[in-house]
Design a binder for this molecule. Structure first.
Ligand code: SAH
Length: 269
């Protein structure tokens, strides 16, 4: 219980992608201290119930509006020193973070954010893929296609795909045909590799589908993947099986950096 007259702090905590072991140590400690936990959706309830102390108020936010959520958090902060808003992945990605913090600011309730492992990273990890590869792609775009939330001008997927970098596409598995159309308009070939990971990191439930621009939709339908999935399109996919790749400069014997002197000269490599 909170004895001071000042409100407690609302901590927006990234729960990670689903595996309860993928929350940060800091996030877990906050859950252990929490007087109230408001969690977002089915992905993170396990972490909440695993770590919450006895007597902690735990509430699923799935049927609440933004105003109801902030009212719940503000009320909990009037009684407890630590209140947690637990969100999937990282709170700064598609998490309505600032919409909520503005309401807390208006109510004079302090808040902070604890980052989490995003599902984009967990999906790449699940498939053993790298999102960047020297001389292939050095850029990752985290995006989505328009659903009820429109895309701002200039952020249409075909415009982003024209860069030929890694694309991690959230919230779009039911619009996979639109993703395919956008990549085609951007000139990606039909045999471009596409990865879809459903429930990345979930023990026993993760599904990994590897396909091409041409067949990824059929493969996802065959696997009945219609929700909670990440789409990754990247010229670096599958690189572990390529006959040759360019060497990463960081580990190249000819390359000096802050922590290591070159052992051979650049010319010798
Ligand atoms: N803040 C979250 C994203 C929330 S938006 C993060 O950083 O991951 C919800 C979308 O995230 C889903 O539509 C799906 O595209 C993706 N997602 C969330 N959890 C996932 C998981 N375990 N595996 C694959 N995709 C996931």
């Amino acid at each position: 219980m909170h004895s001071k007259s000042l409100p407690g702090t609302v901590c927006f905590v990234g729960a990670g992608p689903g595996d309860p072991d993928l929350i940060t140590v800091k996030g877990r400690r906050l859950l252990e201290q929490a007087g109230g936990i408001l969690f977002a959706g089915s992905l993170v309830d396990q972490a909440a119930t695993l770590h919450a102390p006895e007597g902690c108020a735990i509430r699923d936010s799935k049927d609440m509006t933004l105003e109801e959520m902030s009212a719940w958090l503000i009320d909990a902060a009037s009684r407890h020193e630590t209140v947690v808003r637990l969100q999937t992945g990282d709170p700064g990605l598609y998490g309505a973070l600032v919409e909520m913090t503005r309401l807390l600011d208006a109510a004079g309730v302090p808040w902070k954010v604890v980052p989490g492992v995003s599902s984009a990273l967990a999906s790449a990890a699940a498939a053993g893929e790298t999102l960047t590869l020297p001389e292939v792609t050095q850029t990752v775009i985290l995006t989505r296609v328009a659903g009820r939330t429109p895309m701002p001008a200039g952020e249409e997927l075909d415009a982003l795909a024209a860069h030929r970098t890694t694309l991690c596409i959230f919230l779009s598995i039911t619009l996979l045909h639109e993703v395919q159309d956008a990549l085609r308009r951007a000139g990606w070939p039909e045999d471009a590799p596409i990865l879809v990971v459903q429930k990345a990191s979930w023990p026993g439930e993760e599904k990994i589908v590897r396909g091409t621009l041409a067949d990824i939709k059929k493969k996802c339908q065959a696997e009945k993947i219609a929700a909670q999935a990440m789409i990754i399109a990247s010229p670096a996919l599958g690189a572990r099986d390529w006959p040759e790749i360019a060497r990463s400069k960081l580990y190249d014997p000819a390359f000096s950096h802050r922590f290591r002197r070159a052992t051979v000269t650049e010319d010798a490599s």
